[in-house]
Design a binder for this molecule. Structure first.
Ligand code: AQP
Length: 355
């Protein structure tokens, strides 16, 4: 049985304020996966413009996210790093997926509801169709695994639904062209052109919460800068933000059960565990019974120790526009060849005379 070659794809939006959640939930996983998989990492600038971006700021942020990938340790020669808009096939496949996906599916997407808020009528069509472009990003490479934070779970489910519907709608044509690949879906073996991609939502911190509200995820667009630790923050700023992080009056428990109903306390323990690459239990074994006044400086020192080298490298790399742009250009060329190979078959499958 031939099956899809394992391939990792993921993306980050260049919308400013890359933060610790993006790092622990996504970018650090990207780095780990490159030892065991072929990987394609994308700065998704076309996703960014689903909400208004100042053009000059978009260019700056695109270079900054690229620099973050490289500073964190992604190797752009062994793998592919590029910005989405260079490979026009993403948009081409997204259009086809707009015609496969159903309005009802997109209407259920919670991220659109959160981002559009009460002013739904005024949201861009692009923001509504964001998940079909995301499905195209992944499936134009027929990627099998996507490392993401927990907030992207629903979009990954939609990506699978789109792949499955495409495979079903065009099953006769896929068979006629011999373009299908066999894959296991549960107990069944099925044949299709697109894989049913697996989300990789793993690691100790798949959902890092705001430092100001333990029920809200840490987010680039939170108006309060104190809510997040930016990857570009200096040591003093990191320490200040952790000192000011919201907590409750109790000390740290000795067991993980004692964090129930204490989201802010839990978030800080999770952050420590993730940064130290250990478990919550180990952190509580060390700090259980101590007050936050003792724990917060230890967390701040650890965060500075782990993030300062990345911030320094990010500053150095993002200042070198020629280098960053050459990485994106080279990655774009290599990604473009793979994407075009997929699209040649997709055009034939759908019946678009484009080849
Ligand atoms: N708080 C988080 N915890 C863990 N992972 C997170 N990610 C985002 N926030 C957290 C993961 O980071 C990757 C890149 O995210 P993105 O830039 O594509 O967009 P996003 O999810 O919309 O990120 P933000 O920071 O929350 O931006 P805004 O404020 O614009 O909504 C993804 O894998 C994401 O899961």
């Amino acid at each position: 049985m031939s099956s899809f070659k394992p391939l990792v794809f993921s993306g980050v939006q260049p919308t400013g304020n890359l933060h610790l959640g993006n790092y622990l939930g996504a970018i650090r996983r990207f780095v780990q996966l490159q030892d065991s998989h072929d990987c394609i990492y994308c700065v998704v600038d076309m996703h960014a413009i689903t909400t208004w971006q100042e053009p000059a700021e978009l260019i700056r942020a695109t270079r900054e996210v690229t620099a973050a990938f490289l500073a964190a340790g992604i190797d752009p020669r062994k793998h592919i790093v590029f910005n989405q808009s260079r490979v026009v096939q993403h948009a081409e496949l997204a259009w086809i997926f707009n015609c496969v996906a159903r309005m009802g599916w997109l209407n259920r997407m919670t991220q659109f509801k959160e981002k559009a808020g009460k002013d739904r009528e005024n949201a861009s069509v692009g923001l509504f169709a964001y998940p079909t472009l995301m499905a195209a990003d992944i499936l134009v490479y027929r990627a099998t695994h996507v490392p993401v934070g927990d907030d992207q779970k629903q979009h990954l489910e939609l990506t699978r639904d789109i792949a499955q519907k495409f495979n079903n709608d065009f099953s006769a044509r896929i068979a006629e062209l011999g373009a299908g690949v066999e894959m296991k879906v549960g107990e069944e073996t099925v044949n299709g052109f697109f894989p049913l991609t697996e989300p990789l939502i793993e690691g100790p911190a798949p959902r890092v919460m705001s430092l100001r509200d333990g029920l809200k995820k840490m987010s680039k667009s939170d108006p309060s800068d104190l809510s997040r630790i930016n990857l570009t923050d200096d040591a003093e700023t990191i320490s200040k933000k952790i000192r000011k992080a919201k907590t409750d009056p109790d000390g740290l428990p000795s067991e993980a059960d004692g964090l129930k109903g204490r989201p802010e306390a839990e978030n800080l323990v999770v952050l420590y565990a993730a940064l130290a690459e250990t478990s919550k239990e180990n952190v509580l074994a060390e700090f259980g019974g101590k007050q936050f006044s003792a724990f917060k400086p230890a967390l701040a020192d650890l965060a500075v120790e782990k993030l300062a080298p990345i911030a320094g490298e990010m500053r150095r790399i993002s200042a070198d526009h020629a280098y960053v742009d050459s990485v994106l250009r080279d990655g774009g060329e290599r990604a473009g060849m793979q994407a075009e190979a997929t699209m040649k078959t997709v055009r034939e499958i759908v019946g678009l005379l484009g080849n």
